[in-house]
Design a protein around this ligand. Structure first.
Ligand code: NDP
Ligand code: GDR
Length: 347
């Protein structure tokens, strides 16, 4: 019997895994975090947060496409709570790798649920569900009861994992909860995602390391929040009396173009827009120099045009709400990328 609460986080090398590990260590948990075997494992996020060598943190190799390693992981980590954050999480790549995405992002969750059912059904399980499950949005804002209509192999895989979590809850009484989280960003966001791609590129342009940012659909609208606050929401979801599904969102939506404007403004540059569609360009208000160009290379075969969530249930039942404004978040990311690029490194 352990006296300290024990958590297992799959995907500790990702943005949310790193912040959640930091939060749970602060709360006195012992944390087991999983990473994937590769030729060069990337621990930069937990290193940047200063928790990589924390005495209550154990790091273990794990691939969630493997049922037997899921069983061993649950047996050896002996967690009270499992946070399943590992996934092939990039929507764009899911169109190129639909089967790998189904296996990792969809089936991976079921491997963990099965391992919990077999090893210890008292373990609490958090599934990282997503606003991408709403996809082709039909009602605004989206809440827990909004019908799903995923628009990518990633969204479909996540929807499968989401319903399997509900199914294990209803079939076997497992404490399986699902957080339907809208986009959340931070200085630890991967550079393939649009916000961080923009803030890192703005920093590089300011420092003369890049000429122009190439982006895809500038009209897509997203509800962007701050990742550090969202991992607190994950923890609260698992502390509730009963397992359930919760939306976490800010209830504000902006276009990719708005975020570009905000990021350049954060570095003291005003952008003026000219043209439309593929010919649209963002120019420096002062010099007329081209800063942003549209490239169809970054378009997706099917797009999610608009997301905006209402987290009223989480506010009411968990006391959770988003606090950081998009302007504050964007400035935090621009400042971090300016600092990293000045120091000569950027992940
Ligand atoms: P990241 O892409 O930053 O992290 C994903 C993690 O999953 C990484 O640690 C990655 O490891 C790991 N992983 C990928 N494939 C495997 C595999 N086969 N076996 C084991 N681990 C694997 O995602 P985020 O931190 O942004 O998101 C966390 C979770 O929340 C994801 O499931 C995502 O889909 C979901 N989500 C995210 C939202 C967001 O806005 N950030 C919104 C809603 C849901 P490696 O470092 O080796 O690649
Ligand atoms: P998303 O995030 O697909 O919402 O999934 P992403 O930042 O990749 O795209 C947001 C929107 O921006 C448009 N876009 C571009 N996107 C990228 N990546 N690169 C570009 O150059 C670009 N130009 C325009 C996209 O078309 C899209 O409309 C994220 C992931 O974290 C998922 O794992 C998570 O589930 C959802 O958020 C909620």
């Amino acid at each position: 019997m352990h006296t300290t609460k024990r958590a297992l986080i799959t995907g500790i090398t990702g943005q949310d895994g790193a912040y959640l590990a930091e939060l749970l260590l602060e709360k006195g948990y012992h944390v087991t975090g999983t990473y994937r075997r590769s030729s060069s494992v990337n621990f930069w996020r937990i290193e940047e947060l200063g928790i990589a060598a924390h005495p209550n943190l154990s790091l273990v190799e794990y691939d969630l496409t493997d049922l037997s390693s899921s069983l061993r992981l649950i047996q050896t980590a002996e967690p009270d709570e499992v946070y399943n954050l590992a996934a092939q999480s990039f929507v764009g790549v899911s169109f190129e790798q639909p089967i790998a995405t189904a296996s990792i992002t969809g089936m991976g969750a079921v491997h963990l649920l099965e391992a919990i059912r077999i090893v210890n059904p008292a373990i609490r399980f958090y599934q990282a569900s997503t606003s991408e499950m709403f996809g082709k949005v039909q009602t605004i804002p989206q809440v827990e009861a909004t019908p799903f209509y995923p628009r990518s192999p990633y969204g479909v895989a996540k929807l499968y994992a989401h319903w399997m979590t509900v199914n294990y809850r209803e079939s076997y009484g497992i404490f399986g909860s699902s957080g339907i989280l809208f986009n959340h960003e931070s200085p630890l966001r991967g550079r393939e995602f649009v916000t961080r791609k923009i803030t890192d590129s703005v920093a590089k342009i300011v420092l003369g390391k890049l000429d122009v940012i190439e982006l895809g659909n500038l009209d897509a609208k997203r509800d962007w929040g701050y990742a550090r606050e969202y991992v607190e929401g994950m923890w609260r979801i698992l502390q509730a009396d009963v397992p359930d599904t919760f939306v976490l969102a800010t209830n504000r939506t902006e276009t990719v173009r708005d975020f570009v404007n905000m990021a350049f403004k954060g570095a003291g540059i005003t952008v003026e827009w000219t043209g439309s569609g593929e010919a649209e360009r963002g120019l420096c208000g002062k010099t007329g120099r081209e800063l942003v160009r549209v490239s169809p290379r970054f378009y997706r075969p099917a797009e999610v045009d608009l997301l905006i969530g209402d987290a009223a249930k989480a506010r009411r039942e968990l006391g959770w709400q988003a606090e950081t404004t998009l302007e504050q978040l964007c400035q935090m990311m621009v400042d971090a990328d300016l600092r990293r690029n000045e120091q000569g490194f950027s992940f």
